[in-house]
Unconditional design. Structure first.
Lengths: 165, 484
């Protein structure tokens, strides 16, 4: 169980999650410091006021805009999980690739501070005592998640290809 | 059931007779593009090979393109060092389609790829940039991916787990009225679809307006399909595509063209009557917050930006120059022009557009992404409003979350530069580019940027409406011929 640390609206762009002016910073070890750099939330993160495992809850189309992968890696670094009604395509793929924990939950209703739990294909809001269905990942994407991200997944394929040739 | 454009392309790329929306495939990649974020791709690419005992070699150095554009020349030592890292990698791996910071062949990736003939109809193109959708203008299936995914493409030569997207068919009919440009079509479309309306889908463009449109205009349409969430935009290739690839891109041969099947299955069909379209404005802070120009008239702006991978091409510069010729950028307004590529810059120099801009008071900047993403140049002050021909107006996009960005066509941006407030380009006079009585340049091909009849002060809306139609066509064609 963990708290909703940040509640956001629809169409949160990657410019908000990871502003363009920090794009020269690319390493997943360095990007977290700029997560939501223009929001107060960034200060909370840096002050360690947000517990790892906390949730960000957003409305539709989370991660729209630029394909910058920093927008996913900067959240992974803080151990955040994202629940949104749906995600923009590239952001979703990036999240899967870099191992960001994200959940598609079209009916989600939660406020900042609510306690959530993910169980049996549902997001359960312990504060409001309601639960909301999760849209399962397509199988092909689940395979990458199960491998621990795209790097280990691709590594396996590279080795296989080498074995064959 | 027949196949859409993208279904056909993916069937070919995977060697199957037929595929359909929803299928999961691993298509071969024909071109893989990155820019400065290649630094992260390299990092992830090396990670893939870590502890494997294998040498990290890209699958095909001839199929990788790397273009420096996002922060050129480097704005910081960090960027410069990233660029150096990429340069070294390019040399080591023997990557040939590399465009460094140069005045002869540099520019924005989404212009460099088409103008060099790197994108061919019917192929699969991926790029670590969301506007990789642009290249659908040449009939390719072209879409944006993240850096780690690109690292896997560099290693394997294919994209893993691509779901064949469903397709939205957009049919645009009629001639664009004077002062209305391809940008207005796509802003209107994004407004209709909303920022997520085409999520995970492809937008396929059809109709007489598209057939008559230059490749430059088609790039504008496909470029912005991602603003409706689309995986990509695509225009079935035709004679104009061949004309562009042989003429502008200098290719000797072009692959056999194919379009979608007549009985292809579309998720949705949207019709747009171009002849009734007005100039459009996307209001802050989302691209789908689109209204006809009337709603924005009179909004004061402090910065005008003409450029980017959306509207930094010769057609756009011609359109802006025709409006700015002999006029001045209003005091209190900073006008920045950044041509999409060095080649376009040089063409604009030859045609006198650069002189027109500078005399008007605009600052003409080097080719690249410049102010578009707000990391490098042209950042906005708190409280500033900017009108830009770029493709995004998200909070903070031009470097300042306390500023506002409006989006428009080049014509609207130029008209607004003169007045200092958002202005309908149909209400301003437009310079005559053709052999006018006095000093007109010895017209080469034919008039390129057009031109309302010169004498009417062009206030009379009616006469324009009437004049608009016959003129709309010639406007585009010469623009095409003008290119070499
Ligand atoms: S011009 Fe702007 S939108 Fe286009 S590639 Fe550059 S930063 Fe991206």
């Amino acid at each position: 169980m963990a708290k909703v640390a940040l509640k956001l609206g629809a169409d949160v762009s990657t410019d908000i999650i990871y502003p363009g002016r920090f794009m020269a910073t690319v390493l997943p070890t360095e990007t977290p410091q700029y997560a939501f750099a223009d929001l107060e939330f960034n200060k909370k993160l840096k002050a360690k006021e947000v517990a790892p495992g906390s949730f960000i809850v957003a409305d539709k189309n989370f991660g729209c805009g630029s394909s910058r992968e920093q927008a996913a890696s900067c959240l992974t670094g803080w151990g955040l999980k994202v629940i949104a009604k749906n995600f923009a395509r590239i952001f979703m793929q990036n999240s899967i690739n870099v191992g960001l924990n994200m959940v598609i939950c079209p009916g989600i209703e939660a406020s900042e501070g609510d306690e959530l739990e993910i169980e049996n294909g549902k997001v359960v809001n312990k504060t409001s005592n309601r639960s909301f269905d999760i849209v399962p990942m397509p199988k092909a994407r689940q395979a990458i998640i199960d491998a621990g991200g795209l790097i280990p997944f691709a590594r396996k394929l590279v080795l296989q290809a080498k074995g064959r040739s | 059931m027949g196949m859409t454009m993208v279904e056909k392309i993916l069937a070919r790329a995977t060697g199957q007779a037929a595929v359909k929306a929803g299928d999961v495939l691993e298509p071969k990649v024909d071109l893989a593009m990155s820019h400065e974020n290649g630094a992260l791709v390299i990092n992830q690419f090396n990670e893939i090979y870590k502890d494997t005992g294998l040498e990290a070699r890209v699958w095909d150095p001839a199929k990788i393109a790397i273009i420096f554009d996002h922060r050129v020349p480097a704005e910081s030592s960090k960027t410069a060092t990233n660029q150096k890292k990429i340069r070294d990698f390019v040399a080591r791996q023997g990557i040939t389609k590399f465009h460094d910071i140069r005045g002869d062949e540099g520019g924005i990736c989404h212009q460099i790829l088409p103008e060099n003939g790197y994108v061919l109809p019917g192929t699969v193109v991926v790029g670590t940039d969301s506007h990789t959708t642009s290249h659908g203008a040449l009939g390719a299936f072209s879409f944006g991916i993240g850096a780690t995914e690109m690292a896997a493409v560099w290693a394997l030569g294919k994209i893993l787990n691509v779901e064949v997207p469903g397709t939205i068919k957009v049919v645009v009919e009629g001639a664009l009225p004077r002062g209305v440009e391809p940008k207005d079509i796509v802003l209107n479309l994004v407004g209709k679809l909303t920022a997520e309306g085409a999520n995970f889908k492809v937008i396929e463009f059809h109709g007489s307006t598209i057939r008559r449109m230059s490749t430059s205009g088609r790039l504008v349409l496909c470029n912005m399909t991602v603003e409706a969430g689309a995986t990509s935009g695509i225009v079935p290739p035709d004679a104009e595509t061949v004309h562009y690839l042989k003429g502008e891109a200098g290719l000797k041969a072009v692959p056999q063209l194919f379009g979608p099947d007549a009985d292809a299955a579309y998720d949705q069909v949207i019709e747009i009557d171009a002849s009734r379209l007005e100039p459009q404005i996307a209001f802050p802070h989302t691209v789908d917050n689109v209204k006809p120009i009337g709603a924005a008239k009179g909004i004061k702006v402090q910065q005008i930006v003409i450029g980017s991978c959306t509207n930094g091409r010769l057609d756009d510069l011609a359109s802006a120059a025709a409006i700015l010729k002999g006029k001045k950028v209003a005091r209190g307004v900073r006008m920045l022009v950044f041509p999409a590529s060095s080649r376009i810059y040089q063409q604009a120099l030859k045609k006198g557009y650069v002189e027109t801009f500078m005399k008007a008071g605009a600052v003409v900047m080097n080719s690249g992404c410049g102010p578009c993403l707000g990391v490098h140049q042209g950042a906005l002050a708190d409280g500033d409003k900017a009108l830009a021909t770029t493709n995004r107006n998200f909070k903070g996009r031009m470097g300042n979350p306390n500023a506002e960005v409006y989006l428009s066509s080049a014509a609207t941006a130029a008209a607004s530069a003169v007045t200092g407030e958002i202005t309908d380009p149909r209400t301003v006079t437009v310079a005559r580019a053709k052999a006018a009585p006095k000093k007109a340049k010895p017209a080469k091909a034919r008039p390129k940027a057009k031109v309302a009849a010169k004498k009417p002060k062009a206030k009379a809306v009616k006469r324009k409406a009437a004049a608009g139609k016959p003129k709309a066509k010639p406007v585009r064609k010469p623009a095409k011929k003008g290119r070499k």
